[in-house]
Design a protein around this ligand. Sequence first.
Ligand code: SAH
Length: 221
Amino acid sequence: MDVRGIGMTSQRTRDRLVRRLAERGIDDPQVLDVMGRVPRHIFVDEALAHRAYEDSALPVGHGQTISQPFIVALMTQLLMQKHPRRVLEVGTGTGYQTAVLAELVDSVFSVERIEALLVRARERLSVLGATNVRLRLGDGYAGWRNEAPFDGILVTAAPREIPTALTDQLAVGGRMVVPVGSSGTQELKIIDRTPDGLVSETIEYVRFVPLLKGVQPMEGG
Ligand code: SAH
């Protein structure tokens, strides 16, 4: 994964990020390892690349953001507790979270509603050689019916309420990680499908961009 000249400096700043994630309570060794390996700087504009290993969200255009590394690590850790093999991600964005998941599970299916973001995410993921990822332009409210069920579903934009199309696509024994609520602050929830039905728990308060309806194709496309 040595792209765009990752040198010692970049590895040192990534190691520092991993230490910070551990201090904040991320304790799954495989999640910490992956956070230390996936080059976040290739998922942001070159002008922001020097801030890529700060623990903060960054703007990525189209009114969207790349999530804060701590939140990516936390959501990934919560999902991995169920050892999923097939995972649906709603909200590809830059593809950074997708790349993290691709290192940990067999197959990642990711849906994005803004075509321009999807095109760039596809390029970046192919540079990294992530071959177990499928991306699709679509409205993630509907999930990815043809590929369901999934052992894990990770939603990286906030719906006001949990979309039933998504819980319907969750396998028994599977877990969905999703921020739920109106703009401003949301509750990060885990929703487990048990043999007896859905069980949900709130983990903490978070801030995500809203999950929006419909798709935004590229102009002239
Ligand atoms: N996981 C991303 C974070 C992206 S921010 C990353 O690591 O970069 C949330 C993303 O969700 C945005 O790209 C936004 O366009 C997308 N999104 C919002 N509503 C959506 C919907 N209904 N279906 C699919 N994607 C959606």
